[in-house]
Design a protein around this ligand. Sequence first.
Ligand code: NAP
Length: 348
Amino acid sequence: MQTRIEVGILGATGMVGQNFIRFLQGHPWFDLKWLGASDRSAGKKYRDAMTWHFGALPETVADLTVAECKPGNAPRLVFSALDASVATEIERAFAQAGHVVVSNSKNHRMDRDVPLLVPEINPDHLRLVPGQQRARGWKGQIVTNPNCSTVGLTMGLGPLKPFGITRVIVTTMQAISGAGYPGVASMDITGNVIPYIGGEEEKMEQETQKILGEFRGDHIEPLAARVSAHCNRVQVVDGHTETVSVEFSSKPAHAELRAAFENFASVPQERKLPSAPPHPVIYLSEANRPQPRKDVERERGMAAFVGRLRPCPVLDYKFVVLSHNTIRGAAGAAVLNAELMHSEGMLD
Ligand code: NAP
């Protein structure tokens, strides 16, 4: 029988922390036992330390006492949803003390020796971890998941990588939940589009090249494709929609690309990891899909929905991809990372 693994959350009171709590409810492997936040929240019962945003507060956490984010009493495996202003130091302190830190924060994503993982796309990048531990003298480790808009793009591009991706132009329509709570003021976003999300375009461009890059012993050689991102905030609650144009070094036929999307499966599916969707990329053939309202909650928010594959008069082909920004783009992504790590024996 599977041994259950105790887990904690760094930054448990925030929006992403709450998404972790929701996503971990009833998890077949992981038992949520520890919640950490700032000294403003530490010492309080969880129910009194935050404003819960998602219906009924799970009883399993309501009476847990929030701890300070200091290594010591936390379980070995911790998910991090820390504010970026504090994540660098706290995550390092936990890794140094022997914790496995599976982080959703941006701080360590681009570190040379830190895996930036999408389990279906680059599971082999976990091989960076032994070198990370050696170089930093850590018993623990840090593994990260990408920015919420990068996840959808890389799940859309990953199946097409064998055709030789050379250039990508992506335009996002990003949900307001991606800005946390309270996020963008209602007066600013209602009936409006905001064509700027600070730092997002650079993150999408660099993270995509790293995720689609090749493991080279002690680092990842980024994909040598040029990536240009336009990022926009739109009045959608959950789900980032992205329109993508892509150029290939080979000149694949439409049917080959379509088959690549439809037949795509990877390590998480082979190993039947608990949070892995049976089909990580779902191609929708209707002319007007995917749409956030109709599609984003399907497959527990863990699949990427692709549609409208057609020739592009500027690059080679274009398509639409939709993914759930707070599930596949945050909590669900990190939990799937930890499941992959467990299946590799990295949590033993
Ligand atoms: P948030 O709601 O502001 O929550 C931040 C969390 O960090 C809270 O639990 C807060 O605890 C804790 N914290 C702040 N200062 C601390 C300190 N000095 N020591 C210990 N804990 C401290 O932020 P969020 O929207 O959940 O985002 C969390 C992280 O995920 C960020 O790095 C963000 O960039 C990333 N992210 C967010 C989204 C999203 O959809 N929102 C998506 C992807 C990635 P207190 O309540 O005690 O202050």
